[in-house]
Design a protein around this ligand. Structure first.
Ligand code: HEC
Ligand code: HEC
Length: 380
């Protein structure tokens, strides 16, 4: 109240002074200041500062509301932060959508039983260092091409969409049309020994097969029975509208693969010459023509989401076309042959990209090898 009274008086003084032409009083406020004047200036300053504070608060609130509205309407999948987690080396994304969860291998450190632990660890070692046991200098036999299981089943068969073993524990024994039989895990392991590794099947009761089986059983023990978890085995890849092109694939190979896998496709041996630093993609040390990778759909999917080294399903480094074309080029190159007269006894069950006749359709073998698959699927 006191303030208001003084202010009114002050206003009157100022007016009076002004009408008498005594403007000086404004030019030297500090020296000739009356008590009322001082209050006036103080008050004006106070009001100015309050207004400034109110305006700042007002604009902050408006900006916050604007940001919230923008965020709400600019798509819910928008990633707000992308944080590299240094401990797990995985991308943690905090978004307004629930985070996607992918298959994860069970943690080997949680095995309490010592006997099981040793068995499982041996199984893992066989996947990672297969060449040590079965390679050109193998301690058990020297029957394989020198590859490691891990070369194709990445991160010891635990990588999301890296041709992992996540589905094995819950899906075997299962019927496989290739052999027209119910296959156990040991039988399936031996398939890869004979084809991908171009080697010999092991005794299904051997310590090695048992250890491999224990490892696969263990890492897949939390996989849901209906396989309703993302990231298992390999990720889908769209078909092209044209056949995959080996000439274009060679260009991709030279530009993006040759550095490691070499111009002759035969990879790079380690210094100890007992195994590979960079595995071969064709030639006598590669998978044979009865292997899963000889089917272009498998190879293109694997390459798209895993190669060049460092690629992953959420950060692929090739376009779909590049993946198909380079897969065509790789599978057009020479490699070991394996006769498999007992494969696909029921020829109606042959996968579309199995390139050996007889077929139930009239498409040539060439088209079964390279596509176009879109056209074949439409007519099937
Ligand atoms: C040259 C690449 C390559 C190598 C090396 C390789 N595999 Fe495979 N493996 C594959 C492909 C491709 C598939 C999927 C084939 C398919 O679906 O037709 C596969 C499938 C499997 C499966 C079945 C997976 C499932 O979900 O049904 C098992 C088990 C397996 N491999 C074990 C092994 C073991 C053990 C080794 C080493 C001794 C090995 N593989 C080496 C390429 C390879
Ligand atoms: C920086 C080196 C590097 C480059 C570049 C690279 N790879 Fe690989 N590739 C590897 C290594 C290392 C492995 C084995 C991975 C492991 O054991 O973990 C591999 C494995 C593979 C395999 C499965 C194993 C085999 O021998 O059959 C295929 C197929 C493959 N690469 C294809 C490609 C293609 C196609 C490209 C080009 C688009 C490519 N890679 C580029 C290093 C490389």
């Amino acid at each position: 109240m006191l303030f208001v009274k003084q202010y009114i008086r002050l206003r009157a003084n100022v007016l009076l002074i002004n009408s008498l032409g005594e403007v000086k009083i404004f030019t030297k406020p500090n020296t000739t200041m009356q008590p009322n004047k001082a209050t006036h200036i103080l008050l004006v300053k106070l009001i100015q500062q309050s207004l400034l504070i109110i305006a700042t608060i007002f604009f902050t609130i408006i900006s916050l509301i604007a940001i919230l509205i923008y965020d709400y309407y600019s798509g819910n999948e928008k990633e707000v932060f992308l944080v590299k987690n240094i401990y797990t080396n995985s991308n943690l994304t905090i978004s307004n959508q629930p985070q996607e969860t992918f298959w994860q291998a069970a943690d080997l450190n949680e095995i309490i039983d010592e006997e099981l632990r040793q068995k499982v660890l041996y199984g893992k070692d066989l996947v990672v260092n297969t060449d040590k046991y079965f390679g050109v200098n193998g301690s058990i036999n020297q029957s394989t091409n020198g590859l490691n299981c891990q070369n194709c089943h990445l991160d010891a068969g635990t990588k999301v969409y890296g041709n992992n073993y996540g589905a094995v524990a819950v899906s075997y024994p299962k019927f496989r049309a290739r052999s027209s039989s119910i296959e156990s895990i040991p039988k399936r392991l031996n398939d890869c020994f004979e084809r991908s590794m171009n080697g010999k099947a092991l005794d299904t009761n051997s310590r090695e097969i048992r250890a491999l089986e224990a490892y696969l059983q263990y890492i897949g023990k939390n996989t849901p029975k209906d396989l309703s978890v993302k990231g298992l085995v390999m990720k889908e890849l769209s078909f092209l509208d044209r056949p995959a092109n080996t000439a274009k694939g060679k260009q991709v190979y030279v530009a993006k693969c040759q550095n490691c896998h070499q111009a002759n496709g035969e990879g790079v041996w380690r210094d100890d010459k007992k195994g590979f630093l960079y595995p071969p993609l064709w030639g006598k040390h590669s998978y044979n023509d009865a292997a899963g990778m000889f089917r272009i759909i498998n190879l293109a999917k694997f390459v798209k989401y895993n190669m060049p080294l460092g690629a992953s399903h959420d950060s692929p480094l090739l376009t779909d076309e590049e993946a198909w074309d380079v897969a065509a080029f790789i599978n057009s190159q020479p490699r070991p042959h394996k006769a498999t007269p007992n494969d696909w006894k029921d020829i109606r069950q042959k996968p579309i990209d199995y390139p050996f006749p007889p077929f139930t359709d009239t498409f040539p073998a060439e088209q079964h090898k390279y596509g176009s698959f879109k056209q074949m699927l439409v007519q099937k």
